[in-house]
Design a protein around this ligand. Structure first.
Ligand code: ADP
Ligand code: MG
Length: 344
């Protein structure tokens, strides 16, 4: 029988509670990259460069050319619940930004050495803030360079238990690359650059969604097998990238669902895609497809999961139906062709 040693209640010291809370948001190096990319995209960047060392444990750097931050912003941005994205609960209902909790930089600051260099659009000087153990060490002028560069060093150096649970650098690097591709998919107008496996530099140029899909799926299907479909209904619209039904996978991992530019693990919509392909694919195989839903934010609630992987959605059934219809009417052509083969 489990028996707790009762020693009386005490409030945890702030540096302890801070690290515990941070651990929920920042699980591994790829979580840092996820949060920094969200911020760079929210800042309206058109070009984002990512680099890291030793699987991200030693160093992660994300540089963007977005709106940038002022000196006052640099005093605040790394503090808990500091955000420029919402001001009230009503704003939360309407938020279309990727972030809004004001927790990411604070969480990163609690478990790493954080350096932020930023120049606000239209300003002739920049600033550099160094944050150690969640406290500002230094804030100095820096050369003006449009946008923001964030450096995260010695991740989890102050949380040895968490650090021990990190995987080999190679695996953490792979998780970072997957995060970048996941974030980049719905933003084909933004250029991304990062080190690919084997020392090469991978660049996702400014391109169309179909071209980006071709590049992201290049390892699993030829770009000419992809088609772009468009549909809409009351309060939502969707763009679907659908691969030729002859392109098959043994699992569901190549079915990507995005809601308002966030990848979600919404099984209902994964099933909708599978269901539509069932007329033209049989027997334990799965298609390659990506669904980008744009939904009136008032119909969504992303505030239930720190990584916003889950979403509550009203009118999900209607969206589901529309999605199946859209894919089916496209795939019907393939079904007809297959039938003609059979009767020939
Ligand atoms: P959130 O994104 O939820 O607002 P964060 O902790 O991620 O919270 O960031 C806090 C604030 O810092 C943001 O609201 C934004 O104003 C500012 N910020 C962070 N990163 C950048 C960036 N790359 N460019 C411009 N502003 C940024
Ligand atoms: Mg953020």
């Amino acid at each position: 029988k489990h028996q707790e040693q009762r020693t009386g209640i005490a409030l945890l010291p702030p540096e302890v509670s801070r690290r515990i809370a941070a651990g929920e948001v920042i699980e591994k190096p790829a979580s840092v990259v996820r949060e920094l990319l969200d911020n760079a995209l929210d800042a309206g960047s058109s070009s984002i460069d990512i680099s890291w060392e030793n699987g991200g444990s030693d160093l992660i750097r994300v540089r963007d050319d977005g709106a940038g931050m002022s000196r006052e912003d640099l005093l605040l941005c790394w503090q808990t619940h500091a955000t420029s994205k919402i001001r009230s609960l009503e704003d939360l209902e309407r938020a279309t930004s990727l972030g809004f909790r004001g927790e990411a930089l604070a969480s990163i600051a609690a478990v790493s050495d954080l350096t932020i260099e930023s120049t606000m659009k239209g300003q002739s000087s920049g600033h550099r803030a160094e944050i150690r153990d969640a406290e500002l060490q230094r804030l100095q002028p820096a050369p003006p360079r449009p946008g923001t560069a964030i450096t995260v060093a010695r991740l989890f150096a102050n949380m040895p238990a968490r650090k021990r649970f990190l995987s080999r650098a190679q695996n953490e690097s792979q998780a970072i690359r997957e995060t970048i591709l996941e974030k980049a998919f719905p933003f084909p107008e933004v250029r991304f650059s990062f080190p690919a496996a084997g020392g090469r530099q991978e660049v996702l140029p400014e391109q169309t969604l179909l071209e980006r899909a071709g590049q992201i799926f290049s390892r699993i299907c030829p770009p000419q097998s992809l088609t772009q479909l468009q549909g809409s209904g009351e309060g939502f619209s969707c763009t679907v990238i659908a691969a030729h039904p002859e392109v098959i996978r043994r699992n569901r991992k190549a079915i990507h669902i995005y809601i308002n530019n966030r990848r979600v693990t919404e099984f209902k919509f994964v099933q909708a895609v599978e269901y539509a392909y069932q007329d033209v694919q049989h027997g334990g195989v799965f298609p390659v497809a990506a669904v980008f839903l744009t939904v009136n934010p008032e119909l969504t609630d992303f505030n239930i999961h720190p990584a916003k992987r889950e979403v509550r959605l009203r009118r999900a059934a209607e969206i589901h139906h529309r999605l199946v219809d859209l894919l089916r009417s496209h795939l019907r052509a393939f079904a007809l062709r297959a039938a003609q083969w059979e009767t020939r």
